[in-house]
Write a protein that binds this ligand. Structure first.
Ligand code: OGA
Ligand code: MN
Length: 276
């Protein structure tokens, strides 16, 4: 018999808690990965509450669904630690997680899904918010849909980092310039037939449009996509695992006191569909 999942919606538009998945099912239910991926397609964000899941279980489960993106500068390259600990190899870049984005937005084939588990939490704040970029497309007017079908957007690392560091040092500019930039269509027509907006913190400007006009359009689209009634805010408990469909969701971290040791463990499922 096919496995079943009991879901509880977290908001009207985005997210569901899986109420009957435990560590044993994560490890041993061989039909779970397929059911899980189809629930992810339907709900955009899936929550497993308070299990808790260690790195081994997390990685083993995600690997059942495909390849894992490697982060070779971490002790376990399957697991990127998200924290502001000064010894974290990516610490200087994590401020930008505060701005709406999807992961791997400068890759031709971005990550399909991302799993994040909470290991240490700040005393206040540090929630993670999610909003659907499929819905962002769907809410456009017909006129906008037609007009935007032809537009292309340049995504670059500098655009991400400038949101956090508006007055960069020459060293920062030199570092940011070493990251490859990428042009994407504004509207991604997925193999599934769904369409989403390819926006977020890396979107620098619209190709061939006046720079400021393009940026104003991108800002407006982001604002409409992430209006509070469309947002799932996840208030973490240690041991939670959240997985999001990185192809059709934007996410961001909410502010917290960065001198407190908030630490999340992230495992990233590689994508198989280029943005076209
Ligand atoms: C990430 C990310 C948000 C958070 O890990 O890619 O954006 O709340 N994290 O830590
Ligand atoms: Mn992210």
């Amino acid at each position: 018999m096919a496995t079943t999942l009991t879901t509880r919606k977290l908001t009207e538009g985005v997210g569901a808690e899986l109420v009957d998945v435990d560590i044993d099912r994560l490890r041993n239910d061989e039909e779970l990965p397929e059911a899980f991926m189809s629930a992810l397609e339907e709900f955009g964000v899936l929550l497993l509450r308070g299990l808790p899941i260690d790195d081994e279980v997390q990685v083993e489960f995600i690997r059942k669904m495909g390849d894992i993106v490697q982060f070779p500068n971490y002790p376990n390259p399957d697991v990127m630690e998200i924290s502001f600990d000064p010894s974290n190899p990516n610490v200087r870049y994590f401020s930008s997680n505060d701005h709406w984005h999807f992961d791997g937005s400068m890759d031709e084939t971005p990550a399909k899904a991302v799993a994040l588990t909470a290991h240490v939490l700040a005393s206040d704040g540090g929630e993670t918010e999610f909003s659907s970029s499929y819905a962002a497309y769907d809410l456009l007017t017909d006129e906008e849909k037609e007009k935007f079908a032809k537009l292309r957007v340049l995504h670059k690392f500098e655009a991400i980092q400038r949101r956090s560091y508006s007055d960069p040092t020459p060293e920062q500019l030199e570092d940011w310039a070493t990251w490859p930039e990428r042009e994407h269509p504004l509207v991604w027509e997925h193999r599934s037939g769904r369409r989403s907006l390819v926006i977020g913190h890396s979107a620098s400007h619209i190709v061939g449009m006046d720079f400021d006009e393009g940026r104003a359009l991108l800002a407006d689209l982001e604002k409409r996509a992430t209006s509070p009634d469309r947002v799932l805010r996840h208030d973490w408990q240690v041991g939670d695992m959240v997985i999001w469909d990185n192809l059709g969701l934007l996410h961001r971290a909410c502010p917290f006191n960065r001198t407190e040791p908030r630490r999340m463990h992230r495992t990233t499922l590689a994508g198989t569909e280029p943005i076209t």
